[in-house]
Design a protein around this ligand. Structure first.
Ligand SMILES: [Zn+2]
Length: 220
């Protein structure tokens, strides 16, 4: 692996076409959730905690929660690997790295948000995808009940499967509200997970190099 050009380089053709796609904040349609059923359940929760679901401020809450869940679960009815189907054949043998991909997910143990940043990289072996597709891959796996460890491996495995690269890496740094606002109450605690595949798993110097690139300028 070469040390130069961690990001796709102007000297190559990668700015063409799909590579210049802006990275969308989100264009994923909401999941088709059973709105009346969630409304009923939320009303039950409000009653169970001793609230009055019929007081004015709470009247629309069950419906709002139901629609919010549709949005937060948007990835559920969706296979994020579809974003990796459009590949370009490029003789580009440097690392492609997209750092600081913000995501919002929902911890499946508490249904509370965990949010953070994913850093995704791969060393192509002839096949590359648009950078925006990496962001969509992350979003697709994030918008569903998740655990951070699985989110991390799903992203790395999807890259390996779709692009057959020489290696792939996903590192995720996230804050879990189930840990910061309740339970252990450790505000500011950041959980870091990584999934290394191919050369990044096998070769210690490749691994050290990519992890160094991922950490650069993140302020840690
Ligand atoms: Zn949790």
């Amino acid at each position: 692996m070469s040390k130069q050009r961690p990001f796709h380089s102007d000297s190559h053709n990668l700015d063409d076409g799909d590579f210049s796609d802006p990275i969308p904040s989100s264009n994923m349609p909401d999941a088709k959730v059973d709105i009346p059923r969630i409304e009923k359940a939320v009303r039950e929760i409000l009653l169970a905690v001793g609230e009055d679901p019929d007081r004015e401020g709470l009247l629309k809450t069950p419906n709002r929660v139901a629609r919010a869940y549709g949005e937060l679960m948007a990835g559920l009815q969706h296979d994020p690997r579809q974003h990796l189907k459009t590949v370009f054949n490029e003789r580009y043998d440097e690392v492609v790295l997209l750092r600081d991909i913000e995501f919002h997910s929902l911890c499946e143990h508490h249904l509370l948000p965990f949010t953070g940043k994913a850093h995704v990289a791969y060393l192509p072996d002839g096949k590359v995808v648009g950078l925006s597709k990496l962001a969509r891959l992350v979003e697709g796996y994030a918008r569903r009940p998740q655990v951070q460890e699985r989110l991390t491996t799903q992203i790395a495995d999807a890259l390996m499967e779709a692009l057959s690269p020489i290696g792939a890496v996903c590192v995720i740094e996230a804050t879990h509200t189930c840990m910061t606002i309740r339970g252990a109450k450790k505000p500011g605690a950041v959980m870091v997970t990584s999934a290394l595949r191919g050369i990044f798993k096998e070769n210690p110097s490749s691994r050290a190099e990519i992890l160094h690139l991922m950490q650069a300028n993140t302020g840690h």
